[in-house]
Design a protein around this ligand. Structure first.
Ligand SMILES: O=C(O)CCC(=O)C(=O)O
Length: 255
């Protein structure tokens, strides 16, 4: 049995991920670390002062009115604190274990702040159509830098949905799954420091932040370096292909 530095048993986490398509690792970061990253996230977004809002058009139907979302791709290219998290063994050991491989490669990262009262939801979707790979060994880890109860628009997943494989998506559309009821996904409330790992085939989304506090998360999309993309897409991400754990057995750099 291998115990992670957060106290979790790696083989149990891997079993859950295989069975359910996701696993919530409690306390992977300490509360102090989460608070530190929360502050850095908000400072970074304030310093950049970007006006673009990545709220999905298809998210409109999930809220009563207009919602807002702040984001930043590839925060590790702006602040070295995020680079350190990328190679932190507490994260990379779990990412390797759940994929059942030694090497973990970076695909991209996304910092999200859902502002209080009207933080944007994400309609249910798979990440697969955005960047399909041959063996589907691609996943996401959502780091929670503050508490994310249901009223803050926590992530929801449909347990076991990854087992049905890639779903039909409208290539011209927004890639959300309008035929899957939002309520069919199970909320995954999390505390500051928890990290939610899920496969890119797992159907997931999240609700509106109707609380009085922002929800702050950092999503790291990782993959098995031995799993090649089948479509050349989403390759603009800075640092894609960087090894986060182990060695790239293919000798191939980012593609
Ligand atoms: O952060 C969330 O609430 C969900 C994000 C998500 O589903 C995505 O970026 O694909």
């Amino acid at each position: 049995m291998t115990i992670t530095s957060s106290g979790a048993d790696l083989s149990t986490l891997a079993q859950q991920y295989t069975e359910d398509g996701f696993v919530l690792v409690k306390g992977l970061l300490s509360k102090e670390e989460a608070a530190y990253y929360r502050q850095r996230s908000h400072d970074l977004l304030a310093a950049l002062n970007r006006k673009d809002d990545p709220t999905w058009k298809s998210a409109m139907g999930l809220s009563d009115g207009a919602t807002r979302l702040q984001h930043l791709h590839d925060a590790q290219f702006y602040d070295a604190a995020f680079s350190r998290l990328l190679v932190d063994p507490r994260f990379t050991d779990v990412a390797a274990a759940v994929m059942g491989v030694e090497g973990v490669q970076l695909h991209h990262t996304k910092l999200f702040v859902k502002p209080p009262e009207n933080g944007s939801p994400f309609p249910l979707h798979q990440d697969y159509p955005f960047f399909p790979h041959k063996y589907h060994r691609v996943g996401a880890a959502i780091f929670h830098f503050d508490d994310a109860p249901e009223e803050k628009g926590c992530v929801r997943v449909i347990p076991g949905s990854h087992k049905d494989g890639p779903r039909e998506h409208d290539p011209e559309g927004s890639f959300h799954l309008p035929d899957v009821p939002f309520e069919s996904a199970t909320p995954q409330p999390a505390e500051a420091g928890d990290v939610l790992f899920f496969t890119y085939l797992t159907v997931h989304g999240s609700g509106v932040n109707v609380s009085e506090e922002a929800r702050t998360t950092w999503l790291i999309q990782y993959r098995d370096p031995g799993d090649p993309p089948t479509v050349k897409t989403h390759d603009h991400s800075l640092g894609q292909g960087m090894m986060l754990r182990g060695v790239d057995p293919t000798g191939r750099s980012a593609s």
